[in-house]
Each structure stands twice: as structure tokens, then as C-alpha cells.
Design a protein around this ligand. Structure first.
Ligand code: RNT
Ligand code: ZN
Length: 422
């Protein structure tokens, strides 16, 4: 798309079209630009990480494809992300996992990680105007090989992972303090059974005890917000996931932490968009892991589909922007990884803008009046409003290319100059 194709007068026309429905386009653009989107660092290297000796990806998750050019070290990952960052509009955070520590090649056990091992990330984030989020890594480790971490019956193993969980909370708090933007610390564990267990309760008791210990350490809510992530099943963990949705509903309530809703972690016909207002009725907040499951939790790149728009609309309609922390979670190794970041994150931004441009007041009034005919009529009509013109304007104001021709050219150039030489 040609950047100059849409003149100011086209934007004025789009503004008018929305204004006719009572929508303030300027306010929508401003709101979108201020809504943080947390982008997962692990898309850049297929969830490998940079521990001194990194092994296979385990825990029932998989990155498939071997597109050339994946980041092999911290420097490459940062350079790659900087490029993606320059192509994505809005306020952004980078979500780090513990395995992305910068320990100068020294072996640091997971239960020994400290803020100092992430100091260079903080400096880099500051230079790049990014916030940070954190994730303890409970997989890809010899002590997770049995399939159990925080729910392990081996007290030594369990304690090791409890310590890891506590350390991660302190690192997240450090991020928030340093960068002046709250950091979310997302706890996901792979624990579960391949085949039908006969003592689910015991494992869940152990897991609950582990969280009691992890959350007994207090952190400052202004800097760190913990979140717990459930899952329905993983590869090799098909019959029982210890940290199920119901388990974490209770856990999040008990410990007053956020609940992470990963869009790939439910049965295929369940909609995350419907869960948002339900969860927020009783809980203080949600962390989203926006992903795209294709037949399973496949973590495909997020596209601008109806459910993505519905998620953003639910946040906007409910006035939940301050309580829903939007994060992405996908990792596709079969196409250019910088393009994955760019496409997925731009789509999330598009959905946020789409939601901000919805004539919520008008639609909600129809519903209040039980005029469901008008509600449906307008929900359909707004699909053909000049959204693309507003999106282009938003991108331009953020100083990023508005069309895929422009950004793709830059990514392809980098691919031939840099990625193809790796
Ligand atoms: C796994 C969870 C988890 C991971 C990341 C890498 O199914 O979604 O969030 O994807 O921590
Ligand atoms: Zn996730």
C-alpha cells in the first residue's frame, strides 16, 4: 500500500463517518496508542533461550518449522526485536522468560537467578522505550523431566521450583521499579499426566502448597503483578493437567493475583472473549496470552479474526483496559520470525483500534432497549466503515509504515543482509 495514497482529506472523511455514529476517532487513536501490548521474546528463537547449556524444548509445547535465521544469542535477539519494534505502532513491552538471562555465559541455576542477570535487558528496554514482563521457566530442564515441577512429590525438586518461582517474582518487581511500568510475572507449569491418573487430588494439593509458599513472599503491586496460567492439555500430557482452569480460578482468588487466559488453552469452541467479564466480576485482573490455536495449542501467529476483535471489544466495552494486561504468546518457526512478531503484534494493535472505534454507547443503548434488530444491523454496518484509513493514520502518527508493502520490504532486506548469513 502506498503511504501517500490516503490524503488528509480521506482521513477527514473517515472521521466523519465514525462521528456520525458518535465515535471520536482522535480519542480512539489516542487510546490505542496508550494501551500496552506485551510481545513474547520467545518468538525470536523458537523458545530456546540463552542459558549456558540449552537443551530441547520440553513441557508439552512445540515450535515447528526450521526457517533460517533464528536468533542464536542475546545480541541477535535484541537486534531482531528492534527491527520488529520499529514496525509495530503503540506502547510495547517485551515479555522475557527466565531462560533469556544474561549471565555472561556463566551457569546459573534456575533457583539462583537474580535481577543482576537481567540488568542488561533493563538497560536495553529503557533505551528502546519498552516495558518488560517476566516468566519463570518451569520447562526445558532436567528437574522438569519427570513431568512434574511445583506438583512434584520429590521434595527436593518441588523446593527447587518454588525457589525459582520466588526469584522470578523479585526479578519482575525489579523490572517494574526500574522502568516505571508495572511488570507482569506469569507462572505457567507443564505438570500433568499422559495417561489417566488415579490421584489427581494429591498432585493438586501439592501444587496448592507450592503456590502458598511462592506467594508468601510479598512484592509491591505497583511494580509486580503475578499471574497464573492454566491449560487444558499439552503434548504428552493429554489426560490430566494439574494446573487446570478451575484450579487456577481458585488459586488466583486465594492469592489475589491475576489469571492468565491463553487463547490456545481451552476447548476449541470456548471463547476467551466471553470469559473476560466473568473473570473480572470477582478477580482483580487478567493477563492475556493471545495466540492462535489451529486444532491444538499450536501457537500460530495471531491474525485479525473475529475472536481477536471480540476480545479487544470486550475489554473496551467493559471499561477493563486497566485490568486486562494484553500479552501475546505464539511461536512459529516456519516463516520469518521478525515478520511473525510484526504481523501478530500489528494485528493486536488493529484489534485494539477496531474496538476503540466501535460505537459502544449506541450499541449498548439498543441492547438496553431490547432493540436487538438495530443492534445486529449496526454491528454488521460498522464492518464496512473506513477502518483502514484510520489504521494507516495511526501507524503514520506512530512513525511506523502503514502498509505491508513498506514493512515487508524492510524485513526482507534484513533477511538477506543479516538473517541469511547466520
Ligand atoms: C504453554 C503456555 C506458556 C508458554 C510460554 C513459552 O502452553 O502457553 O505461556 O507458551 O511460557
Ligand atoms: Zn501462554
Amino acid at each position: 500500500m502506498d503511504l501517500k495514497k490516503y490524503s488528509k482529506s480521506n482521513f477527514e472523511y473517515a472521521k466523519e463517518a465514525y462521528a456520525n455514529l458518535g465515535v471520536d476517532v482522535e480519542a480512539a487513536i489516542e487510546k490505542t496508542g496508550k494501551t500496552p501490548v506485551s510481545i513474547q521474546c520467545w518468538q525470536g528463537d523458537d523458545v530456546t533461550g540463552f542459558e549456558s547449556s540449552s537443551g530441547d524444548l520440553t513441557g508439552g509445547i512445540q515450535s515447528t518449522g526450521n526457517y533460517p535465521g533464528k536468533a542464536r544469542n542475546i545480541d541477535e535477539l535484541r537486534k531482531d526485536f528492534e527491527l520488529a519494534n520499529s514496525l509495530i505502532p503503540g506502547t510495547k513491552k517485551l515479555s522475557l522468560h527466565a531462560i533469556y538471562l544474561d549471565a555472561g555465559g556463566k551457569k546459573i541455576e534456575r533457583n539462583e537467578i537474580e535481577p543482576e542477570h537481567f540488568k542488561s535487558w533493563v538497560e536495553w528496554a529503557r533505551e528502546n522505550g519498552l516495558g518488560l514482563d517476566f516468566n519463570p521457566t518451569f520447562f526445558s530442564h532436567p528437574l522438569s523431566a519427570s513431568g512434574f515441577t511445583l506438583s512434584s512429590e520429590d521434595e527436593g525438586i518441588r523446593k527447587f521450583w518454588v525457589e525459582h518461582g520466588i526469584k522470578s517474582r523479585l526479578i519482575s518487581e525489579y523490572f517494574g521499579k526500574e522502568l516505571g511500568m508495572v511488570s507482569c510475572n506469569n507462572l505457567w507449569i507443564p505438570d500433568g499426566f499422559k495417561d489417566t491418573p488415579v490421584n489427581r487430588a494429591k498432585k493438586r494439593d501439592i501444587l496448592a502448597k507450592s503456590y502458598d509458599e511462592i506467594f508468601a513472599v510479598k512484592t509491591d503491586d505497583r511494580y509486580n503483578l503475578d499471574s497464573v496460567e492454566s491449560k487444558v492439555f499439552g503434548i504428552g500430557v493429554e489426560s490430566c493437567t494439574i494446573g487446570s482452569h478451575e484450579f487456577y480460578m481458585g488459586c488466583a482468588m486465594k492469592h489475589n493475583v491475576l489469571l492468565t487466559l491463553d487463547t490456545g488453552h481451552y476447548h476449541p469452541t470456548e471463547l476467551i472473549s466471553d470469559k473476560i467479564s466473568s473473570v473480572l466480576e470477582y478477580m482483580k485482573g487478567i493477563m492475556l496470552h493471545v495466540s492462535r490455536p489451529v486444532r491444538w495449542d499450536s501457537d500460530h501467529v495471531v491474525i485479525l479474526d473475529d475472536e481477536l476483535k471480540a476480545i479487544a471489544c470486550e475489554i473496551h466495552r467493559g471499561g477493563f483496559s486497566d485490568r486486562v494486561h494484553i500479552g501475546l504468546d505464539f511461536f512459529d518457526g516456519s516463516i520469518n520470525r521478525i515478520a511473525c512478531w510484526t504481523i501478530g503484534a500489528r494485528n493486536m494493535e488493529k484489534a485494539i483500534l477496531w474496538a476503540a472505534l466501535e460505537p459502544v454507547k449506541m450499541l449498548q443503548k439498543f441492547e438496553e432497549d431490547e432493540d436487538y434488530t438495530s443492534r445486529l444491523a449496526y454491528l454488521e454496518e460498522i464492518k464496512t466503515l473506513p477502518f483502514g484509513i484510520v489504521w494507516d493514520e495511526y501507524c503514520e502518527r506512530c512513525g511506523v509504515p502503514s502498509g505491508s508493502d513498506a514493512w515487508l520490504k524492510i524485513v526482507k532486506q534484513y533477511e538477506s543482509d543479516v538473517l541469511s548469513k547466520r
